[in-house]
Design a binder for this molecule. Structure first.
Ligand SMILES: [Zn+2]
Length: 80
C-alpha cells in the first residue's frame, strides 16, 4: 500500500475499515474484502471494478454487513 493510494482513499482487500453506513447496528471496525455476491461477480466479469465490499468482524464470529458501498466505509488509521 503506497501513501499515494492511501491518500486517494483506495481500500485493498484485508484493510481495516470503519463502517458508518445506513445500518447503525453494524457501525464499527471491520476487515474489508471485495463483495462476491452474484451481482458483484457479474459486474467483475463485465469489466467493472469491484465497488462493493463484504465486511468481516476481526474480533469474533459475527458476520458484518455485506455489499457495502465504498461511501459507507472509511479506511482505518489503525492499518497505516
Ligand atoms: Zn455484492
Amino acid at each position: 500500500m503506497s501513501d499515494l493510494l492511501a491518500a486517494a482513499g483506495f481500500i485493498a482487500p484485508g484493510d481495516l475499515v470503519i463502517y458508518h453506513g445506513s445500518i447503525p447496528e453494524f457501525h464499527g471496525l471491520y476487515v474489508a474484502l471485495p463483495c462476491v455476491c452474484p451481482l458483484c461477480l457479474r459486474m467483475d466479469e463485465l469489466g467493472f471494478a469491484v465497488a462493493r465490499y463484504d465486511l468481516i468482524d476481526p474480533f469474533g464470529e459475527q458476520a458484518g454487513p455485506f455489499h457495502v458501498r465504498r461511501q459507507s466505509i472509511t479506511r482505518s488509521a489503525a492499518c497505516a
